[in-house]
Design a protein around this ligand. Structure first.
Ligand SMILES: Nc1ncnc2c1ncn2[C@@H]1O[C@H](COP(=O)(O)OP(=O)(O)OP(=O)(O)O)[C@@H](O)[C@H]1O
Length: 288
């Protein structure tokens, strides 16, 4: 069932275009992986969905309700952890969870808190003040606070940040449990191999634009390597595409399929001789 729709989302900050024309529809019971290089616009998009930022243009609809015009109506349908969790150093994990429930107008339910604490392995420090927590402990508590009010949509920006392998596996299992409860989970990660086995779909953003929303296998085939003979003149002409890759006597540039036409035009306009073009299957880590 469709729960979230993004309609022509644009975000400009001053003259900087951060997001351009993002259109997406997402359903309950899905895990969506959000990938893109540093500065691609992932956190900005997640903040817009969570109503932490307003789009310059466009609409975010949760169950057909405009998030930015009617947030009170949909605030309980969304839970998020974006960037680092904001925690009070002199409150315990349990007190944070009580606060989160109060914020959403939900009754204190210690049974629910204990069960969530078990799933996220935070029971041992449920009654300890957060000032002495490690980054991993803070991160897990941040995730617990994001979901304690039982939202339909859960947004986790880099949830595996600062978490060891055991913790990453636990979070993956937890995300799968959220999916089995019928929630839509949107998760971003720099280390996508950490989450790629659990996602149903992937959203790729580069330079604020959606590259594709296809499956992992389709997404893999969207890159091209263009090879040139290594000469100083060619190297100079290819300056807009630095850093160049070097192998034996060749240099190459790596581009996405969306840049293929403009890159070929650039090459022709500049009279650069192409030695070869290769469509490559890159692993997700190559996009990050
Ligand atoms: N408040 C702001 N003012 C100006 N530019 C901003 C602001 N917030 C974000 N940006 C710019 O918008 C672009 C996208 O940033 P964003 O944090 O959304 O990227 P990201 O894909 O989440 O990156 P990362 O993976 O490094 O966290 C970047 O170029 C960033 O510098």
């Amino acid at each position: 069932m469709e729960v979230l729709e993004l309609i022509d989302i644009h975000k400009n900050i001053k003259s900087h275009k951060i997001l351009t024309g993002i259109n997406l529809k997402m359903n309950t019971g899905e895990i969506i992986g959000l990938i893109g290089s540093n500065g691609a616009g992932k956190s900005t998009l997640l903040k817009i969905i969570s109503n932490l930022l307003k789009p310059s243009e466009g609409e975010v609809l949760i169950n057909n309700i405009n998030v930015h015009d009617n947030f009170q109506q949909v605030a309980n349908e969304i839970g998020y952890l974006i960037e680092e969790p904001v925690l009070y150093p002199y409150l315990t994990a349990k007190e944070h969870l009580h606060l989160a429930l109060k914020l959403h107008g939900k009754p204190i339910n210690d049974k629910q808190i204990n069960s969530l604490a078990t799933m996220l392995d935070i029971t041992p420090f449920l009654h300890k003040k957060t000032k002495n927590y490690s980054m991993g402990m803070k991160q897990k508590l941040g995730i617990a606070c994001a979901v304690i009010h039982n939202p339909d949509i859960v947004i986790l920006d880099e949830p595996t940040n600062s978490i060891d392998i055991k913790g990453i596996n636990l979070i993956k299992k937890f995300i799968l449990q959220l999916k089995s409860q019928g929630k839509l989970v949107i998760v971003s990660s720099h280390l996508l191999q950490e989450i790629k086995n659990i996602c149903d779909h992937y959203i790729m953003i580069e330079n604020g634009e959606l590259i594709n929303t296809d499956s992992l296998s389709t997404a893999k085939s969207q890159q091209y390597l263009i090879y040139f003979k290594e000469t100083p003149e060619t190297q100079n002409k290819l300056e807009p595409y630095y850093p160049l890759h070097k192998s034996k006597e060749c240099i190459s540039i790596e581009i996405s399929h969306t840049d293929l036409n403009s890159t070929l035009k650039f090459i022709m306009d500049n009279n650069i001789h192409i030695s070869d073009i290769e469509k490559v299957e890159l692993s997700f880590e190559n996009f990050l």
